[in-house]
Design a protein around this ligand. Structure first.
Ligand SMILES: *Cc1c(COP(=O)(O)O)cnc(C)c1O
Length: 378
């Protein structure tokens, strides 16, 4: 089944009782049993399983070409569930130097005190990744590609090989690309995580996450902990993400088209010193991105001349772009990573340039977006 078709049909049979063509929101905590152990449809308690969440999980598994998906209450809940399932105190993981700030906080402030150390490296440098492996201890290579906010690219197939040679798993945070643009399991990754808050949800109205895998033993242990640790997506949240997923392909096509128009405007602007977008042939990861992605996504970062003050001024002067954290919604957003999403990594290896601005290019008309940036930069 093609992606667009799976997005609309996988896990989304008409409701067996009423024929409703959209999965109902099963806003319920428990299910009546016909005698002890007599479950009507396999459901007993909604942490363990809920039909609305099941519909979303089946759809997400299909979209990532996996076999099992686990919908969680947030992207970070997915990361925590996965990492505390596959790691034990004493283990080690290799992470990107420009990981999402919240992921880095999870590694540094939650996993490290629990006894799991990490090494942060520039993952576009495969030799650096290999050198960071601690034999016998490294159990996970964690990657994000494109990264947030610098939009660096790592080679998923090459990282999978390094991980597997070391007896480790490769985990890909696929939030920025979405499964429409990139399918890490097909490239050798062992697990994919998403913040469904972003492109999968797509409308800035829900916080959620997911893990998708294809190896049955791994699925079994994550499934066990999904129930045992309990970070599950609620039925309404699951329904919102499922609703968003139906239009993911058409939205992503337009996000990419609009981002390309914004990039074309920015690269020749005299007040812009650098544009980071994997679709640019000058981007160091362009060839890898072309190989492993269908298109280059809706996220654009750029640096303005004049330092931090100039960057903050642009964030203040935009009228159509909304100054806000997060990304992947229909509305365009702008933010200053140094003072917003990445403030928690200031002073660390993961610090980002203070004249950097990140855009989540939305679905408005591209001419309006460019006009807004033009007046903000003038
Ligand atoms: C937002 C985000 C997360 C965290 O997801 P939440 O839903 O906010 O918990 C993880 N990774 C990336 C790349 C993100 O953008």
């Amino acid at each position: 089944m093609n992606f667009e078709t799976a997005a609309i049909h996988a896990g989304q049979e008409a409701d067996p009782r009423t024929g409703a063509v959209v999965s109902p929101i099963y806003q319920v905590s428990t299910f009546k049993q016909d005698g002890v152990g007599g479950l009507r449809a396999g459901y007993e308690y909604a942490r363990s399983g809920n039909p609305t969440r099941d519909a979303l999980e089946e759809c997400l598994a299909a979209l990532e070409n996996g076999t099992h998906a686990f919908a969680t209450s947030s992207g970070l809940a997915a990361e925590d569930l996965l990492l505390r399932t596959v790691l034990r105190p004493g283990d080690h993981l290799v992470v990107p130097i420009d990981a999402y700030g919240g992921s880095y906080r999870l590694f540094a402030r939650v996993l490290a005190p629990w006894g799991v150390e990490h090494t942060a490296v520039d993952q576009s440098d495969l030799a650096a990744v290999s050198a960071a492996i601690v034999p016998g201890k490294t159990k996970v290579i964690w990657t994000e590609t494109p990264t947030n906010p610098l939009l660096s690219i790592s080679d998923i197939s090459a990282l999978a090989k390094i991980a597997h040679d070391a007896g480790a798993l490769l985990v890909v945070d696929n939030t920025f690309a979405s499964p429409y643009l990139q399918r890490p399991l097909d490239l050798g990754a062992d697990a994919v995580v998403h913040s469904t808050t972003k492109y999968l949800g797509g409308h800035s109205d829900v916080v959620g996450g997911a893990i998708i895998v294809k190896e049955p033993k791994l699925a079994e242990s994550i499934g066990y902990n999904h129930n045992a640790m309990g970070p599950v997506a609620g039925p309404f949240d699951a329904w919102l993400v499922l609703r968003g997923a139906k239009t993911l392909a058409v939205r992503m096509d337009r996000h990419c088209e609009n981002a390309r128009a914004v990039v074309d405007f920015l690269v020749v602007h005299e007040r812009v010193s650098e544009v980071r977008y994997p679709g640019l042939v000058t981007h160091p990861g362009h060839e890898i991105a072309k190989r492993q992605m269908r298109d280059f996504g809706g996220m654009v970062s750029f640096r303005v001349r004049g330092g931090v003050e100039a960057a903050l001024q642009v964030c203040k002067r935009v009228e159509l772009f909304t100054l806000a954290e997060s990304l992947g919604g229909v509305e365009s957003l702008i933010e200053h990573p140094g003072k917003m999403t990445h403030a928690s990594v200031a002073g660390s290896l993961l610090e980002v340039p203070d004249d950097l601005i990140r855009l989540s290019v939305g679905l408005e008309h591209k001419d309006d977006l460019i006009a807004d940036l033009a007046q903000a930069l003038s």
